[in-house]
Structure formats: structure tokens, C-alpha cells
Design a binder for this molecule. Structure first.
Ligand SMILES: [Zn+2]
Length: 446
């Protein structure tokens, strides 16, 4: 690698010192403060640190931290990899990640969806990975459409290789201005944000309508239709036009799903040559198998074949505390993070049906202060197992579960919820700050 200019070297070194001080004084892992110090001294630091490396940027509403981790693990087969492992996914975090691995020839950076255009421009990354776009706690449909439009503008006329989920119409639209796209098919369980064509606003026909939309967002609607079959979503009658599962097409313009070259098929991945590989990974659930397929396609874009990448994916057992277990007095609680409606759907898929579940919901800044998103989640899947509700906004969740006719027990804290369990295993789904509180109070992974 070429040497950084003196000013950038200095900025980078001072940033690292600030990060060390921040860690030493117990203020988190220091990656954001370190990056901010570096950027204050040298505004062009990220561009300079990115130069001469092979970079992948990973963006999505859900799964970007895990997929970043999986791709990093795979690329370590090729050499050292710089990465923002702690989810500091804005430019200050990127500066910190690249600066703390100065000589790594590879970089895998998780990027906040809103910052992606800026980070593509600044780093000139050769590979961009786009997985899904859905409402976060505070976003609404129009905002994520605007985001996808910004992705389109950022990718046009660049020599970027995009790896994108063809099954998510908004992602497909956002990626389709890129000169080169490897399309993967990893499904889109959460379809609530994509009933309309992003190109023309017309209705989208969807194949394989195995998902039951909760029937709009009005409180109670989902429950009244609990046994009434599939409520018709706007413009999407069940089983339209003979579309296969995961396929979609606009009814009014030519926009339709691009042909994917990688597929997730149950527990196997099918590569572009049609070869099937069992997805032997340690992270649980459908969403993580999807993340693994994306990671394998990305690894191949770096020249790493499946047979070398796959064993590396199996080495990842937890990601920033997700899927780890905390223990107290004989109760082992497995922690699942769900930050938005699509994330809850993925967490439900990972739950062990034989175990009780503790749900914890807060509404602090990073969670979104408004808990109306709870009404977008179909909680009926939790019927038939013991459910415990806690967190600062437990009453909001309790009302939602009551309307969905899910029996539950209200508890004043996570500690209480855990204490009333019989000894043994329990699953926990928590949103962002609730998750962090549990981790800090109950310690790191067992
Ligand atoms: Zn259309």
C-alpha cells in the first residue's frame, strides 16, 4: 500500500488515540469518537484510508451487521480485513475501522442506508451489497422510496459491482442503475412495504403468496381476520398470473424481478453454475441463511470460491451479542434483536417453539419514540407458548398482544421475567436499547 500523506497519518493516529482513551474511560468501544477526531483534523481522511483497498459496502434495513460479519469472515481467507464490527455504520465509524487496520488490503463496511450514497462516492468501493429495504421505526414508505432513488443516483455511471436481492422490489429498483449487478434470490418475508411498483406506482403482482399480510395497519384488523384466510392486499390478489415463489412483476409497466444467479433454497444455496451447497452455518434462522447466500455471492465477487468461503461462514456464532446466551440462576436466555417490523418477523422464525419467550420493548431515541409500529407486527404466531412482556413500553406491547389475543404475563423488569421462569432455556426478543440494557446488566455472552 502507498503511504498516507502526513496529515492523514497524523489524523488517523490521533483518532486511534482518542478511541483508546474513550475505551479506557469506559465510554464504549470508541470507534465513533476516534473517527470524529480523525475527520475533524482531515476531512478527506475516509477517502485517503479507502484508497488502495478492495472494499465492500453492506447496506440494508435488516441484517447488515450480520452480513458484514459473514463477508468479513469469508474474506479473511484471502488476507487481513478492516471492518466496523461494532455497527458504527456512519463515516466516523468507517474512518475508525480503516484506520485501526491500516495495512489490511480488504475492507468490509456496514453502511447506514442513508449514508450509502456519500460513502460510495467517498470510498469508491468496488463492491456494494444491497439486501432489503423496509420501514424502520421512524421511516414511512415514501422515505424508503426516496432512499432507493438516492441509491440509484449514486450507482449510475460508476464501475461498481453490486450484489443485490432480486426478491425485494425496492432493492432491485435501487440497484438497477449499476453497470454490473449479481442478483441473488433470498426471499422477502416482509412484503408490507412493497405492494407498489417503485418505477411507476402501479400494483405489483407477487408470486408464492404464502405470507399473510396483516390487512392494513389499523389496530385490530389482523385479529378480526385471524381465521378468515388471506386478506387481499391492495393490488395483489392471491396467486396472480402464475408467478413462482419470490417472483414479482408490475402490472402496469415493464419493471419486474431481474433473473437471479444465486438462490436460497431451504437449507441449501444454489450457485450460478447450478451447484447446490448445504448451508452449514451456526447462526440460526431463515434470515441468516439469506445473509449467508449474500455473503457467498460477495465472496465470489472478490474471487473467493464457495468451497473456501463456506467453512469461514460456519465460524461465525454470534454477532455483536445477537444469538448469545446470558445466564442467571440456572436460566439461560438467548438474546434476539428486533429493531423494526421486518426484524420481528425474522426473530419469530428463530424462536424455539418449545420455549417460553420474553419480549422487551423500549422507546428511547434509537428505538424510535413512537411505538405505533407495534401494530404492524403480526404477533399471532406467539399464541400457544408462554409469553412474558417487559421493557419501558411494556404496556404498549401488552395492549397490542391483548388485541391480537395472545395470552401473556406482564413483568416489571427483564430480571423479574427471567426469575419467574423454571430453570432452563428461554428465548428473548428485544428492541435496540432494551437489548443493550439486558446485555449490560446480565453480562456478556456465556
Ligand atoms: Zn410499474
Amino acid at each position: 500500500m502507498t503511504q498516507l500523506p502526513l496529515r492523514a497519518q497524523l489524523a488517523s493516529a490521533l483518532g486511534r488515540t482518542a478511541a483508546t482513551l474513550s475505551r479506557a474511560t469506559g465510554r464504549g468501544d470508541g470507534s465513533v469518537i476516534g473517527g470524529r477526531v480523525g475527520l475533524a483534523l482531515e476531512p478527506d481522511l475516509l477517502r485517503k484510508l479507502a484508497r488502495d483497498r478492495r472494499l465492500a459496502l453492506v447496506s440494508a434495513t435488516n441484517g447488515k451487521t450480520t452480513t458484514t460479519r459473514l463477508i468479513t469472515s469469508a474474506l479473511q481467507e484471502l488476507g487481513d480485513v478492516a471492518t466496523n464490527a461494532f455497527g458504527a455504520n456512519m463515516p466516523a465509524g468507517h474512518v475508525s475501522a480503516l484506520s485501526s487496520a491500516k495495512d489490511a488490503p480488504y475492507g468490509v463496511l456496514e453502511v447506514d442506508e442513508k449514508y450509502l450514497p456519500e460513502v460510495i462516492e467517498t470510498t469508491g468501493a468496488g463492491v456494494v451489497v444491497l439486501m432489503n429495504l423496509s420501514r424502520d421505526q421512524m421511516d414511512r414508505a415514501a422515505e424508503i422510496w426516496l432512499l432507493a432513488q438516492k441509491w440509484r443516483r449514486a450507482l449510475v455511471a460508476r464501475n461498481t459491482h453490486v450484489i443485490a436481492n432480486a426478491d425485494d422490489p425496492l432493492v432491485a429498483w435501487g440497484a438497477s442503475t449499476a453497470a454490473r449487478v449479481t442478483w441473488v434470490s433470498v426471499g422477502q418475508p416482509w412484503k408490507e412495504d412493497s405492494w407498489c411498483c417503485p418505477e411507476c406506482g402501479g400494483p405489483l403482482d407477487r408470486g408464492g403468496m404464502d405470507y399473510v399480510p396483516p390487512g392494513g395497519h389499523a389496530p385490530g384488523v389482523a385479529v378480526r381476520q385471524a381465521d378468515g384466510g388471506v386478506p387481499a392486499a391492495p393490488g395483489s390478489p392471491a396467486g396472480p398470473g402464475g408467478l413462482a415463489e419470490n417472483d414479482w412483476a408490475c402490472r402496469e409497466c415493464s419493471f419486474r424481478r431481474p433473473a437471479p444467479s444465486w438462490f436460497l433454497d431451504g437449507d441449501t444455496v444454489v450457485d450460478p453454475r447450478g451447484q447446490r451447497w448445504p448451508l452449514d452455518i451456526r447462526l440460526p434462522g431463515r434470515a441468516n441463511r439469506a445473509n449467508a447466500v449474500v455473503a457467498l455471492a460477495t465472496a465470489e465477487a472478490f474471487g473467493l470460491p464457495v468451497q473456501r468461503a463456506l467453512p469461514r461462514l460456519a465460524e461465525v456464532t454470534s454477532v455483536a451479542g445477537r444469538y448469545t446466551t446470558v445466564e442467571r440462576e440456572g436460566r439461560q436466555a438467548r438474546l434476539l434483536l428486533a429493531k423494526n417490523p421486518a426484524g420481528w418477523l425474522e426473530a419469530f422464525d428463530v424462536l424455539d417453539p418449545a420455549l417460553p419467550v420474553i419480549l422487551s420493548v423500549n422507546a428511547q431515541g434509537p428505538d424510535g419514540r413512537d411505538t405505533s409500529w407495534l401494530w404492524d407486527v403480526d404477533y399471532r404466531v406467539l399464541r400457544g407458548r408462554p409469553v412474558y412482556v417487559t421493557g419501558e413500553r411494556r404496556l404498549d406491547l401488552a395492549l397490542r398482544l391483548d388485541v391480537a389475543e395472545v395470552p401473556f404475563q406482564l413483568t416489571e423488569s427483564f430480571g423479574h421475567a427471567l426469575a419467574v421462569q423454571p430453570p432452563g432455556k428461554v428465548d428473548v426478543i428485544a428492541n435496540y436499547t432494551a437489548f443493550q440494557q439486558i446485555r449490560s446488566e446480565f453480562g456478556r455472552a456465556v
